[in-house]
Design a protein around this ligand. Structure first.
Ligand SMILES: C[S@@+](CC[C@H](N)C(=O)[O-])C[C@H]1O[C@@H](n2cnc3c(N)ncnc32)[C@H](O)[C@@H]1O
Length: 317
C-alpha cells in the first residue's frame, strides 16, 4: 500500500480537502455537541465578554467580532439578535455560509486583514492538523496512517517536532504517544496577529501530558466517538496544549483559565432559583439552571480551557 502518510497530511485532506469532512454546511451540529449548541446562555456570556472589550476599547466605530471556525454560525446568529447595531460580525469557515444566517453577519473563508475587537476561536485549534509521535526503544518515531485508519511507525520524528515534544509534552516511556502542537502554536499566533487592538480568545479541551500518555487523537461521527479514520467520513480531533499556544503569542497580556471560571465571571450561575409562586416561570428558571449546569460542569464543557490575549487593551477577565 503506498497511501501511508503522516497524520498531519492525512488529517488535512480528510477534513479540508475538496471532499473533506468540513466542506459541507452545518457539519459540527450534526456530528457533535459544542457549547454553542448546548444553550443560548453561552452566547449571552460571549456577548457580555464582547461588551467588556468594546467598552475597554472606548467603543470604536468599527468594533468587530470575528468567529474563526464558526461552524453552523449558531453563536453569530445569536449575537446578531442581541448585539449593538454598529458591531461588525464576521464568521470565518471553510464551509459555505449557513442557510438562514442573519444578513448582517458576514461570512468569509479567511480572517479579515486587521481589526479592532474580539477574535473568537471556539473548538477550532483542536481540528488544526497535527503530527502524531510515539516513543520507541530507539527514540521518537513519527506515526503514519492509511486511508482506512491503520497505523505504522515511520522514520525518526523531525528535529522541530522532537524539540517541541521535549519542551511541552515529554514522552517518558516506550509506547507513550502525543500529538505535536507546533502547528496549532503557529496557527494561533498567526490568527492573533490579525487583531490590531482588542482581545483574542481560544476555547478548547486542553491536553494534559501527565494524563494523556497515549495521546488524544479521536474521531466523531453522528454524535458518537469513533476511531479516527482519515477518509472524510468523520471529524478527527486532538486536545490542545494550551500553554504552548499561549507562549507562541508574544504581544500583550494573556491568561489561561477554565470555561467554568470564565462563565461564572461573566454572570452565569447554576444556583437553584427560589419558587416565585408561578409554576411555569419556575419551570423555565429550572430549565435555564439545568443548561447553565451543563456549561459549568467541570467534567464536561466547564472543564474546557479559555486562553485570552489582550492587545493594547486590558484583559476582560
Ligand atoms: C469543531 S468545529 C467548531 C464549530 C463552532 N466553533 C462551534 O463551537 O460549534 C471547527 C470548525 O472550524 C472550521 N475550520 C477549521 N479550520 C479552519 C480554517 N483554517 N479556516 C476556517 N475554518 C476552519 C471547520 O470547518 C469547523 O466548522
Amino acid at each position: 500500500m503506498d497511501s501511508w502518510r503522516p497524520w498531519r497530511e492525512a488529517m488535512r485532506d480528510a477534513l479540508y480537502g475538496d471532499a473533506g469532512f468540513y466542506r459541507a454546511s452545518g457539519v459540527p451540529g450534526r456530528h457533535f455537541r459544542t457549547a454553542a449548541h448546548a444553550s443560548p446562555q453561552w452566547a449571552d456570556a460571549l456577548l457580555a465578554l464582547a461588551t467588556r472589550v468594546d467598552h475597554d476599547l472606548e467603543q470604536p466605530a468599527d468594533f468587530t467580532v470575528v468567529d474563526l471556525g464558526a461552524g453552523g454560525g449558531e453563536l453569530l446568529a445569536h449575537l446578531a439578535e442581541l448585539s449593538p447595531r454598529g458591531w461588525r460580525l464576521v464568521g470565518v469557515d471553510v464551509a459555505p455560509r449557513p442557510a438562514g444566517l442573519p444578513v448582517q453577519v458576514e461570512w468569509r473563508a479567511a480572517l479579515p486583514e486587521a481589526f479592532a475587537g474580539l477574535l473568537l476561536a471556539v473548538e477550532w485549534l483542536d481540528v488544526v492538523p497535527v503530527d502524531v509521535v510515539e516513543r520507541t526503544e530507539d527514540g521518537l518515531r513519527l506515526i503514519e496512517v492509511a486511508a482506512n485508519g491503520a497505523e505504522r511507525l515511520a522514520g525518526a520524528a523531525p528535529r522541530a517536532e522532537a524539540d517541541w515534544l521535549e519542551r511541552w509534552w515529554p514522552l517518558a516511556e516506550a509506547h507513550d504517544r502525543a500529538e505535536v502542537g507546533r502547528t496549532r502554536d503557529e496557527a494561533w499566533s498567526a490568527a492573533v496577529g490579525h487583531v490590531q487592538r482588542g482581545v483574542a480568545l481560544a476555547v478548547d479541551y486542553a491536553a494534559v501530558p501527565a494524563r494523556d500518555v497515549a495521546g488524544t487523537l479521536t474521531g466523531y461521527r453522528g454524535g458518537r466517538q469513533v476511531l479516527p479514520v482519515p477518509d472524510g467520513s468523520c471529524d478527527i480531533t486532538a486536545h490542545v496544549l494550551m500553554e504552548s499556544c499561549a507562549a507562541a503569542v508574544s504581544a500583550g497580556d494573556s491568561t489561561l483559565t477554565t470555561q467554568r471560571e470564565a462563565l461564572r465571571q461573566l454572570g452565569l450561575s447554576a444556583a437553584r432559583p427560589a419558587y416565585s409562586g408561578e409554576a411555569s416561570a419556575y419551570l423555565e428558571s429550572l430549565s435555564r439552571v439545568g443548561d447553565a449546569a451543563e456549561l459549568l460542569d467541570e467534567s464536561g464543557l466547564g472543564g474546557f480551557a479559555w486562553l485570552l490575549h489582550a492587545k493594547q487593551t486590558a484583559l476582560p477577565l
